[in-house]
Design a protein around this ligand. Structure first.
Ligand SMILES: NC(=O)C1=CN([C@@H]2O[C@H](COP(=O)(O)OP(=O)(O)OC[C@H]3O[C@@H](n4cnc5c(N)ncnc54)[C@H](O)[C@@H]3O)[C@@H](O)[C@H]2O)C=CC1
Ligand SMILES: O=C(O)[C@@H]1CCC=N1
Length: 267
């Protein structure tokens, strides 16, 4: 864990990451949160753990994590640049904003890691894709790795250009899975189930299937085949989902749209 850390923007994603960092041993007394509108759980966490929240004269830390919205970067940057010291590693989780975009707004930044986490970080089950600028030292990279590992799986990317695809797959991906639970429940209601029953069965099915995927060494396709009896009910459903314009085509279109949107957020 880094010796000290400043988190600017402790919203849904920043707050989720922070929980894992504290559990993994980040020193709360060497942690500072900058957020003009902190949510109540963050205010309470800071009070409970002795984390500095919006101190009057914050000092640069070993790491500055940017957890603000990409659209808020222009406004926030002048206030955040003084929080970058000579040896501060800047970690940005902003969708779309490139290392060059960050340098343009935060002229004091030298070492930059651009990362894309996801929301299951809040339970230590996230997935983070990251890339490091050439100024990042081995020690800084190790500190970033420790932060991301506290939130779950980590994949380092050789090429920054890939991070928009990571954003579209794993950054946004949990929303696709939650939508699956929603639409499965809706389909169950349409098939005649009571709404409460449909929702609870859909929720248990999506979370149970995810847990099985996690626990099993088998590929997803093999687990799918294990559910599918030849000529049975699953095969009938998969004939619909796996047809040419089915879920595969829809998912490719969705991921392409998210990736394109990430590109639009750059600049
Ligand atoms: N929500 C998600 O699942 C994921 C979000 N991200 C990225 O994380 C970033 C934050 O997204 P969310 O947490 O969803 O948004 P959010 O709106 O929940 O959090 C943003 C936080 O920044 C604070 N903020 C606004 N201006 C600020 C300033 N000048 N200084 C410090 N804090 C300021 C807000 O009060 C808020 O608490 C975005 O850049 C997004 O692309 C990345 C991966 C997943
Ligand atoms: O929707 C977004 O733009 C952010 C980035 C990935 C997940 N949430």
């Amino acid at each position: 864990m880094p010796a000290s850390l400043v988190l600017a923007g402790a919203g849904k994603m920043g707050g989720a990451m922070l929980a894992g960092w504290l559990d993994a041993g980040l020193d709360p007394r060497r942690t500072t949160i900058i957020d003009p509108v902190p949510a109540r759980p963050i205010v309470d966490l800071c009070a409970d753990r002795g984390i500095a929240l919006n101190p009057p004269d914050p000092e640069p830390g070993a790491v500055l994590v940017l957890g603000i919205k990409p659209q808020g970067l222009d406004t926030a940057a002048p206030g955040l640049d003084p929080l970058i010291g000579r040896d501060t590693l800047l970690v940005s989780i902003l969708a779309g904003k490139t290392v060059a975009d960050l340098r343009g707004r935060l002229p004091r930044a030298r070492a930059i890691v651009r990362a894309m986490p996801n929301l299951p970080a809040s339970i230590g089950r996230g997935a983070t894709g990251a890339c490091a600028s050439s100024e990042v030292s081995p020690e800084q990279r190790a500190a970033a790795e420790a932060l991301f590992a506290a939130n779950g799986a980590v994949a380092w990317l050789a090429d920054e250009a890939q991070i928009d695809a990571v954003t579209a797959v794993s950054g946004s991906g949990p929303a696709y899975v939650f939508l699956l639970a929603e639409t499965l429940a809706e389909a169950g209601i349409a098939a005649g189930l009571e709404p409460d029953v449909a929702r609870s069965l859909a929720r248990a099915t999506v979370s149970g299937a995810g847990a099985l995927l996690d626990a099993s060494p088998a590929e997803a396709a093999e687990l799918r085949r294990n559910v599918t009896s030849p000529g049975g009910t699953t095969a009938a459903a998969l004939d619909v989902l796996m047809r040419e314009d089915g879920l595969g085509a829809l998912m490719r279109e969705a991921v392409a749209a998210a990736r394109r949107r990430a590109g639009e957020l750059s600049g």
